[in-house]
Ligand binder design. Structure first.
Ligand SMILES: NC(=O)c1ccc[n+]([C@@H]2O[C@H](COP(=O)([O-])OP(=O)(O)OC[C@H]3O[C@@H](n4cnc5c(N)ncnc54)[C@H](OP(=O)(O)O)[C@@H]3O)[C@@H](O)[C@H]2O)c1
Length: 311
């Protein structure tokens, strides 16, 4: 009696793992992009925050190439205008912008968004965020600095989403609308010196699921969906590393991210190597994952020191 039961459970586990493995291969190697479904209307716009550099800029470039008009955001007007000009030189789409320091609170989001009220926004990429990476533990930061990290990563995307939602719901009456939050694999490992950053990204993961449930399950489904992206290392200014399979250049990463937009998953890693690392972190012993994450954080600090010396 026991043997057939063990055999049955074993067969179910093997079938499940085989299915997951095949699904993984399909998702990263063969699946075609769904981004076109957010372009099926006259003059669709995408909002990308933190788009003057790094991942945000690369995603904005890729979306513009796909046919989106853009509303980009940054904190340095001169730098943002340069990106607007660069984008406009690449195509005939419309590119607009707004300026706000995400690490500060007290923004009037309704006022910030007023110039875009009549536009059909079908995609929002909440990319702005990050961590100061000074190597300090929480008692080495002031109240204002800690509050600033939370405003930068959480409060800004939360309040911007709240201000956008009524218009997004109206736009969603004519077709799907998607809001993405750029997360981090740090949220899963919480490496040393990144506890607040990791916690802010974990907040985004929970927020994504909750907001998606709000729009699907509470009253009439609105057609506004949410995705959380578990991002590993990307070789940007804030994470100066050599480009590698595990730390792609922002342009490569931007292409992968846009290729997965609207894939139907609520939480995923757009970059295959990050997905493999995320899976490994889930199956390895926690102590080993903590040690590896600490080692990786050390490498990030070394990269930063090297690039600071070069500058
Ligand atoms: N790079 C990675 O390895 C990695 C890993 C996991 C997750 N992520 C996440 O990916 C996102 C982008 O990271 P990234 O590496 O591309 O960063 P980045 O290269 O430093 O670029 C960040 C962008 O956000 C803007 N920005 C920074 N602070 C801002 C503020 N207080 N207010 C308004 N705009 C601000 C920057 O403007 P300026 O041009 O003026 O600096 C820039 O346009 C972040 O959410 C980060 O947490 C990155």
């Amino acid at each position: 009696m026991l043997f057939p039961l063990v055999f049955l459970v074993g067969a179910i586990v093997v079938a499940n793992q085989t299915f997951r493995f095949l699904e993984f291969l399909w998702f990263y190697l063969f699946r075609s992009s769904s981004v076109q479904k957010y372009l099926r209307r006259p003059a669709p716009y995408a909002i990308v925050t933190g788009a003057s550099d790094g991942i945000g800029k690369a995603v904005a470039q890729e979306l513009f190439a796909k046919g989106f008009n853009l509303i980009i955001h940054g904190r340095n007007e001169e730098k943002v205008r340069r990106v607007v000009d660069e984008l406009k030189a690449r195509g005939s789409g419309d590119v607009r912008y707004f300026i706000a320091d995400a690490a500060k609170s007290g923004h009037d989001f309704t006022q910030l968004l007023k110039p875009f009220a009549d536009l059909s926004v079908t995609l929002v990429v909440h990319n702005v965020g990050g961590t100061s990476l000074t190597g300090g533990r929480i008692d080495e930061f002031s109240d204002e600095e800690l509050a600033g990290f939370i405003a930068w990563n959480d409060l800004f995307p939360l309040l911007l989403t709240r201000a956008l939602l009524p218009n997004l719901r109206t736009t969603a009456k004519d077709g799907p609308v998607l809001v993405q939050f750029i997360g981090s694999q740090a949220a899963e490992a919480s490496p040393p010196t990144m506890s607040v950053y990791a916690a802010t990204k974990a907040f985004l993961a929970a927020l994504t699921r909750g907001l998606d449930n709000d729009e699907r399950l509470w009253g009439t489904p609105s057609g506004v969906a949410f995705e959380y992206l578990a991002v590993g290392s990307v070789a940007t200014n804030s994470n100066p590393q050599n480009v590698s399979r595990t730390a792609p250049a922002p342009e490569e990463f931007g292409r992968a991210l846009v290729g997965k937009i609207g894939c139907g998953r609520r939480r995923y890693a757009p970059w295959m190597m990050h997905a493999i690392m995320g899976w490994a972190a889930g199956v390895l012993p926690e102590g080993l994952v903590d040690q590896s994450a600490a080692w990786m954080v050390k490498k990030v600090y070394e990269g930063r020191q090297k690039s600071a010396k070069k500058a």
